[in-house]
Design a binder for this molecule. Structure first.
Ligand SMILES: O=P(O)(O)O[C@H]1[C@H](O)[C@@H](O)[C@H](O)[C@H](O)[C@@H]1OP(=O)(O)O
Length: 925
């Protein structure tokens, strides 16, 4: 096959992401031998004796790598190196990697084209991804020097897997230098010292960047299929930087989407629909109410039904998105996608450095969980919820005020009832089954289970809230009487304490005990216990009599049961067990039914109060909270699964997981100005709501390894499935299904020009109070960690980490009220990493500011933990920002290879958050 000659430009050739590349079709090609999930091919490049078109011109060169698939004629532009400035012998610390899924074969041709770059800013614009059917702009700012090409098979079979190729001009005649292609393997340390790389800024720029597959050699291979089911479309880059002792370290950056971005919202919305349908049904079954309450209920039901329809529509729309794993920043405000997190990715850095163990550093990057569709005109959840609660508490409207805690309790009791009643019925039936089989052991076991569940059931109603709700409902029935003004000591209702109760204020609707036979509830409730006692007594008698009749010795003990009660029931000792027990079981079920009926209605009445105020705003607030929570939860589940897999072989981590819980630290870069105040207010509540989530690890029984969610708004359990061989490794407590809790903390530091305005003319108190509150949470987590982890672990841990010092430092920085104090973020992130936590970085879109922050974090880790040569810190940073995964993130989101910053914005940024020249500019976001 002929390679098209290089003209002045390669018009019509586009960079293609790996998965869209050529399909082998019907042709038979030779696959490259490789370990599963390892890169198929990685190589680096160097040129020698390049000839400048104009004498004495200092060359600034880059190599563009293109692929010619054996079945096709055209070139696919694949990647570029960085620009090496001022030399005719550029040692590109740049390479190329082909991910495991890329269709590359021994027959595939690679074309290397060397350019002389005159204007760097033009070069960045030129490499923008082009929309389909659109020609690339003319090649401005660079000129063609020469090209070479080779077949992949030739490289792999060459001596020492190195090829030295002549670079030729476009007519194929003149040789303008040579290019050397050397195969590299991530796990092998490169020969030779790095000290021949100049550290002079005028000299060579040092960085190696190439496409490469997921860096899994460091994690256990058997985790891969599982992680691959969750992570999608990895973009990988490889860099090589010198260490302070002039050795090479290799760094692989990986950025992957997750199908959890869509899977979790879908699971959650389904659950919320179920929960709301059930509540609506309970409202309908509330029975007869006086006209005031009945109208209120009708109104509530109309709105609640509309709300359920809206959730159903959203779910239907989301269900159409089969296989989706990414919501772009430009879709932030899309109504049907509002439960889906924005631009969620795993950003992973794999470091392979001399003398040190390989290390992985993970950060989940995601747009701040926020309700973009509803907007931020009136602020975000933190403010809206507070305002709503205050207004509700102080309103003169005719309904009963229950605090959010009591409303939550009502929901919990209702949920317990709904779970326990069918469970008890099942155990009662099992008892009857054992009775009909006349099996004493089975009867005893069934009784044990029935007793346990019934005791839980009885216990569930102990709360004072049930009593007060029964009383409230009583007075809301037609003919319910109010005689006395409410006494402040009575009930659970919360009055606005400052206001004296004038006649006909809302508290007047609160019923008083004198109107109501409170003992009636006690009797109904106690009947459940009594009927259980009858069953216990009967079972004892039956077993005892059975033993006697078989001549066995030792009489049964009646214990505390009332013998007269039992004797009165046993009139025909020869009758079978089933017949003896059946009426008692019926009585138990009836008594339980009565309790359930009353309690359910009364607690549903409490829920009616929650919904009654300020419709439909209150439902919109619930929607807002659900939306924000869904986005936060999707990120959390993604982070949890990745953390579990990377730390599965770390016993310390597993112990921490079930004894202390998992720390989840969010870095927020939002400003406390304009709309972003609302975003931060949403984000703070969304993250705090994650406390309601617990994880449970179960053994996967099929190929479906996607997590499932159970529960309701007050408490969700996420079931994470692990294949048997991985599940086996877990500590017993986790295998037995112990719930694993999370401790979410958020630290926010605004860094952009909006934050400058907030600091000069606005208000930064939101950020200050969030940071202070979350510091307290972090400190609490640390205290529990120190208390609960084994002493051996702690003493070793303390030796390694000065956590106390770091916490103090963080506290001082939070107190210091310094402007744009990014030290807070670095300290919080470091503490999180040391405490084995999950790291998140968020800004509005997780695209621009987030990219600056994660690349800075990566390079800081390389400097502090892996001895990155100090002269290469900025270069490494620029390199990652210019050629790394994060610029690909920008492209993915807005189809333009530019961070959306202008000069003015950047001047306001802290120094190390500014991207290199030519990588930013006006972009249509
Ligand atoms: O990823 P972000 O930093 O939230 O992107 C911002 C960017 O920082 C800002 O300079 C620019 O003007 C845009 O507002 C970006 O947000 P988009 O949501 O429009 O991508």
């Amino acid at each position: 096959m002929e390679i098209k000659e290089e003209e002045a430009s390669e018009e019509g050739q586009h960079f293609l992401p790996a998965p869209q590349a050529n399909d082998p079709g019907d042709f038979q090609f030779t696959s490259i031998q490789k370990s599963p999930n390892e890169p198929q091919l990685e190589f680096i490049l160097a040129c020698k004796d390049l000839v400048a078109p104009v004498r004495d011109r200092k060359l600034n060169t880059l190599v563009q790598i293109s692929v010619i698939h054996p079945a096709e004629q055209g070139l696919t532009r694949y990647s570029s190196t960085e620009i090496v400035e001022g030399t005719r012998d550029p040692l590109f610390l740049t390479g190329v990697t082909f991910p495991s899924e890329y269709p590359i074969y021994e027959e595939t041709k690679i074309k290397l084209t060397v350019y002389d770059v005159k204007d760097k800013s033009h070069d960045t614009v030129r490499t923008s991804v082009l929309s389909e059917h659109k020609d690339p702009p003319p090649e401005v700012g660079r000129s063609f020097l020469g090209y070479a090409s080779f077949k992949v098979g030739e490289l792999l079979k060459s001596k020492e897997q190195v090829l030295a190729l002549s670079l030729r001009t476009s007519d194929g005649g003149k040789v303008v230098g040579t290019i050397e292609v050397s195969v590299v393997k991530m796990g092998e340390i490169e020969d030779g010292e790095a000290d021949h790389i100049t550290t002079d800024v005028q000299g060579q720029k040092c960085a190696l960047v190439c496409e490469c597959p997921a860096p899994e050699s460091v994690s256990r291979k058997d985790n891969l299929p599982f992680l691959n089911a969750v992570l999608k479309n990895p973009v990988c880059k490889l860099y090589r930087f010198p260490t302070s002792d002039n050795k090479w370290m290799r760094i692989r950056e990986q950025m992957s989407e997750s199908i959890l971005s869509f899977h979790i919202p879908k699971e959650l919305i389904s659950l919320q629909i179920k929960e709301d349908l059930c509540r609506n049904q309970e409202l309908k079954e509330l029975g007869e109410l006086s006209p005031h309450w009945d109208n209120l209920r009708k109104n509530v039901l109309i709105h609640c039904d509309q709300m359920v329809n809206m959730y159903q529509d959203i779910l239907t729309e989301l269900s159409k998105e089969t296989g989706s794993s990414f919501k772009s920043s430009s879709n932030k405000g899309e109504k049907t996608l509002e439960f889906v997190p924005v631009n969620l990715h795993l950003q992973r850095m794999h470091v392979h450095s001399p003398h040190l163990k390989d290390a992985l550093y993970d950060v989940i990057t995601v747009g701040a969980p926020a309700a973009h569709f509803q907007g931020f005109k009136n602020g975000g959840l933190r403010k809206l919820l507070h305002r709503f609660e205050t207004e509700r508490r102080n309103t003169g409207y005719q309904f009963i005020y229950y605090s959010p805690e009591n409303t939550a309790k009502a929901k919990e009791v209702l949920s317990n009832i709904n779970q326990l009643q069918p469970l008890i019925a099942t155990h009662a039936d099992l008892l009857l089954n054992s009775a009909s089989q006349h099996s004493p052991d089975s009867l005893k076991n069934s009784l044990k289970m029935l007793s346990e569940k019934t005791e839980h059931f009885v216990h569930a109603f102990k709360d004072q809230l049930v009593r007060s709700a029964l009383l409230a409902l009583y007075t809301a029935r037609p003919g319910g009487v109010l005689k006395k003004p409410p006494s402040p000591k009575d009930g659970t209702e919360e009055n606005s304490s400052q206001d004296p109760p004038p006649p006909m204020r809302r508290q007047d609707s609160i019923p008083h005990h004198s109107d109501y036979d409170e003992e009636e509830w006690d009797r109904v409730w106690a009947n459940v216990g009594k009927s259980l006692n009858c069953i216990i007594a009967m079972v004892d008698k039956l077993i005892e009599r059975d033993a006697d009749s078989e001549g066995s010795s030792g009489g049964g003990q009646d214990g505390e049961k009332d013998p007269s009660l039992v004797d009165s029931i046993i009139t025909h000792p020869k009758e079978d067990w089933y017949e003896q027990l059946y009426p008692l079981i019926l009585t138990l079920k009836d008594c339980m039914g009565e309790v359930v009926n009353r309690a359910k209605q009364s607690l549903t009445f409490v829920l009616l109060q929650e919904l009654a105020y300020s419709l439909p705003q209150c439902l919109m607030l619930t929607l807002r909270r659900d939306v924000v929570f869904s986005q936060a939860l999707a990120g959390l589940v993604c982070g949890f699964i990745i953390k579990l897999h990377t730390s599965l072989h770390d016993p310390g981590f597993l112990e921490q997981l079930h004894t202390v819980g998992l720390l989840v630290q969010y870095e927020g870069l939002l400003s406390t100005y304009s709309d972003e105040i609302g975003m931060l207010e949403d984000m703070a509540v969304g993250i705090s709501d994650l406390k309601k989530v617990a994880f449970k690890i179960i053994e996967a029984k099929s190929n479906d390894v996607l997590p499932a969610i159970t529960g309701r708004r007050e408490h969700y359990v996420v079931e994470v499935k692990l294949p048997a061989r991985m599940f086996e490794i877990l500590p017993l407590q986790i295998k037995e299904g112990q719930l694993l809790h999370v401790c979410p903390v958020l630290f926010n530091v605004g860094i952009n020009e909006q934050q400058t305005l907030a600091e000069r003319f606005g208000d930064v108190s939101l950020q200050e109070s969030i940071n202070q509150e979350n510091f307290e949470l972090l400190k609490e987590y640390y205290t529990v960690f120190m208390e609960k982890m084994p002493p051996d672990y702690i003493s070793h841990f303390q030796e390694q980490n000065d956590l106390k010092g770091l916490l103090e430092n963080l506290h001082q920085n939070i107190q210091a009220k310094k402007r744009k104090n990014v030290e807070i973020m670095w300290l919080a992130a470091t503490i999180c990493r040391k405490l084995n936590g999950i790291r998140f970085t968020c800004c509005k879109s997780a695209k621009d500011r987030t990219s600056m922050s994660v690349t800075l974090e990566q390079c800081s880790i390389l400097r502090d933990e892996h001895q990155l040569h100090k002269d290469f810190f900025i270069r490494a940073l620029d390199c990652m920002r210019r050629e790394g995964c994060r610029i690909e993130n920008v492209v993915k989101n807005i189809k333009c290879r530019k961070y959306a910053f202008n000069m003015l914005q950047l001047m306001a940024f802290p120094k190390y958050y500014r991207p290199p020249e030519g990588t930013y500019g006006k972009a249509d976001t």
